[in-house]
Design a protein around this ligand. Structure first.
Ligand code: HEM
Length: 144
């Protein structure tokens, strides 16, 4: 479970995620494709170039932060995203790669505002959410 402190830090990040979320996710993709070029082939090049992918990820990060007290609410969205992931052949071992580069992107985008507490909060939430995604996707793979 996510504790009160983590939830409170994430709630404080809602405005910055609303205002600078796309900048953050653009930084994220640049970092991930540089640090982990092996995942690049999973992504659709046109969606990437058009910026759709960065916008979709920014919207889902904002949705997580806004619903941090009641993540059940975003379960239907997680299931839809899970279907896209299964089509793209996303696997459990890809999650730590995304997690690592997401934290690097948060540091790069927020600079000094990305304190250890902020980074730890995002790390905890990411681990928590990844488990939900991995479970949903496991079920979808089993039903293929
Ligand atoms: C908790 C972590 C993650 C979140 C919140 C997330 C979010 C999203 C969202 C919102 C979409 C768009 C879905 C749609 O429009 O139908 C998407 C698609 C996609 N995601 Fe994720 N994702 C996560 C983890 C991952 C991981 C670990 C990978 C693998 C490296 C990945 C690779 C993809 C790919 C390949 C697509 C398909 C879109 C394309 O081809 O450009 N995602 N994800």
């Amino acid at each position: 479970m996510l504790d009160f402190k983590v939830k409170s830090i994430i709630k404080d990040c809602v405005p910055v995620l609303r205002e600078r979320g796309v900048e953050l996710t653009e930084n994220f993709y640049d970092l991930m494709f540089t640090n982990n070029p092996e995942v690049r082939p999973l992504f659709d090049e046109d969606r990437q170039k058009s910026g759709k992918q960065a916008k979709a990820l920014a919207a889902s990060l904002l949705a997580v932060a806004q619903n941090i007290d009641d993540l059940e609410k975003i379960l239907p969205t997680v299931k839809k995203i899970g279907e896209s992931h299964v089509k793209a052949k996303v696997l459990p071992e890809h999650y730590p790669i995304v997690g690592k580069n997401l934290l690097l992107a948060i540091k790069k985008t927020l600079g000094d505002a990305a304190t250890d507490d902020v980074i730890n909060a995002f790390s905890e939430v990411y681990t928590y959410i990844s488990k939900i995604f991995i479970d949903v996707e496991k079920e979808l793979y089993n039903n293929l």
